[in-house]
Design a protein around this ligand. Sequence first.
Ligand code: SP5
Ligand code: ZN
Length: 341
Amino acid sequence: MKTVFSELHALQQVDTEFYRGKWVDAFEIPRRAELVLDAVRRADLGPVIEPEHFDLAPVLAVHDPAFVRFLETIWDDWAKEVGEIPAYPNIWPPRRTRMIPTVRPGAELGRYAVDMSSPILKGTWQAARAAVDCALTGASLIEAGESAAFALCRPPGHHAGRDYFGGYCFLNNAAIAAQWFRDAGADRVAVLDVDYHHGNGTQDIFYDRGDVLTVSIHADPVQDYPYYIGFADETGAGEGLGANLNLPLPWGSDFVSWGSAMDQALSRIRAFAPDRLVVSLGVDAFEGDPISRFRLQGADFTEIGRRIGRLGLPTLFVLEGGYAVAAIGDNVVNVLQGFQA
Ligand code: SP5
Ligand code: ZN
């Protein structure tokens, strides 16, 4: 299968992130994408291509226009008031406050950010747009008849909701691709999120929709990020009732329990009979991941790919998390090779 990759990912780059009151070495680093790219090349997975550039319409089809405008303009506003330093929020609106625009970039940052893990930098907008372009180029390959494609996206996307960003994510690459498939004529699209963290942004975007099934296998939100959301009783709303499936698992879960959650996920997807599948491919469920607490082994990722392949669906893989840099390339390639086997 083809891999879509853009060098522009490297514009999103910080050395440190805020954790327990201290600045620690950043986990979401450009090296992640470089190592995945190396592994794709070493494994001879197929050609690596540059993305085509898409306009903003597919982004605006899932994200709030004011939020998109904010992401596009906040760096300039921040740099003017504060200087060219990474833009972090230090204030957040309480519940039941209104969306009245302020003239202060710091206040707007807090309005749209859900945490401090995703600073806005000079190149953030460009990097986030390039990741969207990778996802949409992958989707268009599938639309042109390929059975699968790998969008090597960075920054990741599944924590970005309709009008918020966080968890290293700015624009929801997978959700934008899923909606693009709908607009290209697919009647039903499924998103399977295997990242260790709940795909809260994707759930948020499609929660009241019956045409896009969202399924996520992740750490129990009482124990891990994104907290607050990702519980098993969140099953969708309105027309989307029954079209969201959360499969939270406790810390320490290995492939015995993860694999049976996956079987539940796959049978729900089969019953939904989608025309297209988008996989939010995070590999942070790996035992050696530095910020996660599941116990999947390298070979388990091959089995994940194999089981996804058995669905027999045109499948777009979109890279999300995975922070064990020494293993990220192998873990991702294992999924893709298992899929093709
Ligand atoms: C895309 C994705 O995987 N985003 C993950 C966001 C997780 N944010 C919380 C990070 C918490 C860092 N914990 C550090 C633990 C060090 N032992
Ligand atoms: Zn993750």
